[in-house]
Design a protein around this ligand. Structure first.
Ligand code: C2E
Ligand code: CA
Ligand code: CA
Length: 814
């Protein structure tokens, strides 16, 4: 940025600081009347809202934060009486006033906000050279390079002492840095100094590290210092120049046209100045009427609209713009506060695009604007007839990344150039547990996180590589020009690191995210479709692991998944051909060993492999959504069997297992109802065993279903009790008649003699008036001990294994 631009920014900031004084006076006056005039509070809130937004944009982070706290306090204070309200606002307002005071005093001493656009869209103006700072302790290298760069319109300022980095940046105000890694014996000095400069200033200048060496450590240090690129000496000059040009967006094109509509003048001025400095052609409007009037003259390629404007709000303005045919396809981008979800939905519907949450820092503004206009124009110029709608279809509207279809095309294009020295890989990146972010903080916050991660990733990827967004939290990366697979592996690790290092702050504090990655290397005969399939297989495996992982596709993986596929097919066939049968494990009274009932357990009569246990098929059935069919068949068999046995032994119960999936889609409910009535069964003799995982899945749906089961009169048993995370809370939440203590606890007692857990569980169940069933009883001592504890019933190999129905009849009633 030139001196005059910088000067302008400083002027803007000091003008802003002066206005802060006015805000302070106004707030003080309003505070005087806040205990007898509700409108005062409203007014205070709107000032806080403004300061939150503009403070952050001007780089006054603390001010913005305090303003936000005050705004929130006003929001919650609405419900209070006037006197209480004063008490609850007192702290936040005084904190804000104090900071306002401080910031106004500081107005003469401070530099402009850190708003140097890192990707200045320099318009081709040859009268202006482009300042670069070159720091290297080898003067010959520096002189030569600066000579060469001057031929490309760059003026390189040379500095040989890395400890003078900060000063040199202040002196020359460069748009990019080229920094040597090692300085006379001090390894990594370049990275270290850049890193500490970044921490103190945070200006997003691109940094090119250069070094005579190449190693993982060096590259890692460069990445950690926020290096944009890493180049080896001797430098490949055309490459350096092309990277510089691309970083700095030096293109002989006409500037992009952007319109900003906002009623907050402070913000508008700052954004205008900032984007203008970055090379945009900016039109500003302070009201809807203004905007509509200016639209015809300025033909913007993107319109940013503030949602909150008095008179005609942003959404209404958007609708009016859409009514004009010639403006109907201009992309709109709304700026709004995070809290208004309804508002945001309305924006999303209207704009077919998204909104950015205020307050908007300058870097985010630039990123959002840049990605949209640049891609939009790029597409229009490549395909003359392309409409904005087409452009939006090819690009993801949230992140402005290209979508899957472009990736397929790009892979096809890249494949012919692969050689053993030019390794091409496709990586699929999936943010771990992203759904919990959406669940905890809402989709809008989730969207912001995705934008942020996009930013971090695009900053780190190699030139020539492209990032794509597939859907949700899934990104795809096409990476090329690696000399070996190890280089891809290091590269992928650095990208994951970028995700982990992104400091994402939510209202609950800082979050650390990580990602699963599936990678596939192309081979001689690869096709685009196949590479994507294989990347899918790899990430599928990565996601299954309990911790985040990078998985590389190989043939074994393919085989394993093929097995899975075959198994699924065989299961499908088995379900269609009644190969799944119920076996029954008797359950006895602890005190007199009398038969009390059965648990029906599934077996697969496999045509080739014989009788298989549930471990062989239930996990896959659950994964593939087939379990509800098993439940259906088990109910059919077990209830019919129960009806037969009830003719002579009506007191026996029949217990069946449900899976979490059954709760999601309770297809079995109707079936259960009709079976009960068909066989005239006493519903209280039917027990359904549920586990905690089933409740965790979707508590609302689960409690609804459990109520319906209660209405039917069937009983519930809590299965595998004690093995989950929140057994206690789940005990309280549902009304179950039986509690089944998992066999691991019985086993554990046998091994260690430690009875505390068992005892506690039995007592707990008793307190809740439940009947306690112990599972997996294998030894007489276990049974005697359970008797002592007062356990009601048991099942286990000691008394009987699961058996076929005929076997039960022979052993029990012959
Ligand atoms: P579960 O519900 O805990 O069932 C008890 C398991 O413990 C059965 O294993 C049973 O054979 C075994 N078992 C019983 N007594 C003893 C003993 O003394 N020692 C030992 N070591 N094991 C004993 P199984 O039949 O292999 O079933 C395993 C799991 O598969 C079941 O655990 C249940 O979670 C699931 N399952 C079985 N059938 C069905 C079904 O029809 N539907 C659903 N959703 N899940 C089922
Ligand atoms: Ca069970
Ligand atoms: Ca169990």
């Amino acid at each position: 940025m030139s001196d005059s631009n910088n000067h302008k920014m400083e002027q803007l900031l000091s003008a802003y600081r002066e206005r802060l004084m006015l805000y302070k006076t106004e707030l003080e006056a309003l505070w005087q009347t806040a205990d007898h005039d509700v409108r005062s509070v409203q007014h205070i809130m709107s000032i806080a809202h403004k300061l939150n937004g503009s403070g952050k944009a001007y780089g006054l982070v603390e001010l913005s934060q305090l303003a936000r706290e005050l705004e929130q306090a006003c929001e919650t204070a609405k419900a209070l009486s006037l006197r209480e309200l004063r008490a609850s606002l007192s702290i936040p307002i005084h904190a804000l006033l104090a900071t306002l005071e401080r910031e106004t005093i500081a107005r003469h001493s401070n530099r402009a906000p850190n708003c140097q656009p890192n990707s200045a869209l320099q318009v081709n103006d040859t009268s202006n050279t482009i300042d670069i700072l070159l720091i290297d302790d080898d003067p010959d290298f520096s002189n030569q390079l600066s000579e060469v760069l001057s031929q490309y319109g760059y003026q390189a300022h040379c500095q040989d002492d890395i400890t003078q980095l900060d000063q040199a940046i202040a002196d020359y105000d460069p748009v990019a840095l080229i920094v040597d890694m090692d300085f006379s014996g001090q390894r990594f000095a370049g990275a270290n100094h850049v890193s500490s400069w970044r921490q103190s200033s945070g200006a997003p200048l691109p940094v090119f590290f250069v070094s005579g060496y190449d190693s993982f450590e060096l590259r890692l240090a460069s990445v950690r210092a926020g290096g944009t690129h890493y180049l080896r000496k001797p430098l490949d000059i055309p490459k350096l120049v092309s990277l510089l040009n691309s970083e700095l967006n030096i293109a002989p094109s006409e500037p992009y046209r952007v319109m900003l509509v906002d009623d907050d003048n402070d913000l508008l001025k700052l954004y205008d100045e900032f984007l203008t400095n970055a090379g945009y052609n900016v039109t500003i409007a302070t009201s809807a009427q203004d905007a509509l009037r200016l639209l015809e003259q300025s033909h913007p390629e993107l319109i940013l609209i503030d949602v909150y404007m008095p008179g005609c709000n942003g959404i209404e303005l958007g609708k009016i713009i859409r009514q004009h045919e010639e403006f109907a396809t201009i992309p709109l981008l709304f700026m709004s506060a995070a809290a208004d979800t309804d508002m945001q939905l309305a924006c999303a519907r209207l704009a077919n695009d998204e909104f950015i949450n205020k307050p908007i820092e300058l870097w985010r503004l630039l990123m959002v604007v840049k990605s949209r206009v640049k891609k939009g124009r790029h597409l229009r110029s490549h395909i003359g007839t392309l409409t904005v709608a087409d452009a939006q279809a090819a690009h993801d509207s949230l992140t402005a990344l290209p979508k899957l279809a472009s990736l397929l095309r790009d892979i096809e294009k890249a494949l012919p150039s692969q050689t053993p020295e030019n390794v091409i890989a496709v990586a699929k990146i999936d943010i771990r547990d992203f759904h919990t972010i959406n669940n905890l903080h809402g989709y809008y916050f989730g969207d912001e996180v995705l934008q942020r991660l996009t930013w971090e990733l695009t900053q780190r990827i190699n030139p020539g590589d492209t990032l794509y967004r597939e859907s949700g939290d899934e990104f795809l990366l096409l990476t090329q020009a690696h000399t070996n697979q190890a280089s891809v592996e290091r590269y992928i690790s650095s990208l994951i690191k970028a995700i982990e290092d992104a400091q994402i702050v939510s209202k609950h504090g800082m979050m650390v995210l990580t990602a699963d990655v599936g990678v596939v290397f192309s081979t001689k005969n690869s096709t685009a479709g196949e590479l994507l399939d294989h990347a899918d297989m790899a990430i599928f495996k990565a996601k299954k692991s309990p911790t985040a992982e990078v998985c590389y596709f190989d043939e074994a993986l393919k085989q394993a998944q093929k097995q899975c596929f075959l198994l699924e097919n065989a299961i499908q066939k088995g379900l269609a051909n009644d190969q799944f049968i119920a076996v029954y494990q008797p359950i006895y009274q602890v005190n007199d060993n009398k038969l009390a009932g059965f648990e029906a357990l599934a077996r697969w009569q496999h045509p080739e492999r014989g009788l298989l246990g549930p471990g062989e098929f239930i996990p896959l059935m659950e994964e593939k959504g087939l379990i509800s069919r098993l439940t259906y068949q088990m109910l059919t068999q077990a209830l019919s069997q129960c009806a037969t046995w009830h003719r002579k032994h009506p007191h026996l119960f029949m217990s069946l297992n449900l899976s979490a999936r059954d709760i999601q889609k309770p297809l079995f409910l109707d079936h259960l109802t009709s079976l009960l009535s068909h066989y005239q069964l006493n519903p209280s003799r039917i027990v359904l065993e549920i586990t905690e995982s089933l409740l965790l899945f979707d508590w609302q749906q689960a409690s609804y279903l459990l109520r319906q089961l209660g209405d039917l009169g069937v009983q519930l048993a809590l299965d595998d009790f004690g093995t989950g995370y929140s057994s206690l809370s789940y005990l309280q939440r549902i009304d179950a008649a039986k509690l089944k203590i998992d066999r691991s606890f019985i086993h554990q007692w046998s091994l260690t003699g430690d009875a505390r857990l068992l005892q506690t569980m039995v007592q707990l169940g008793k307190t809740m008036n439940m009947s306690i069933i112990a599972e997996g009883v294998e030894k007489t001592e276990e049974l005697s001990f359970l008797r002592q504890l007062g356990c009601d019933q048991y099942q286990g190999f000691l008394a009987a294994k699961p058996m076929m129905a005929e076997e039960i009849e022979q052993t029990h009633w012959a």
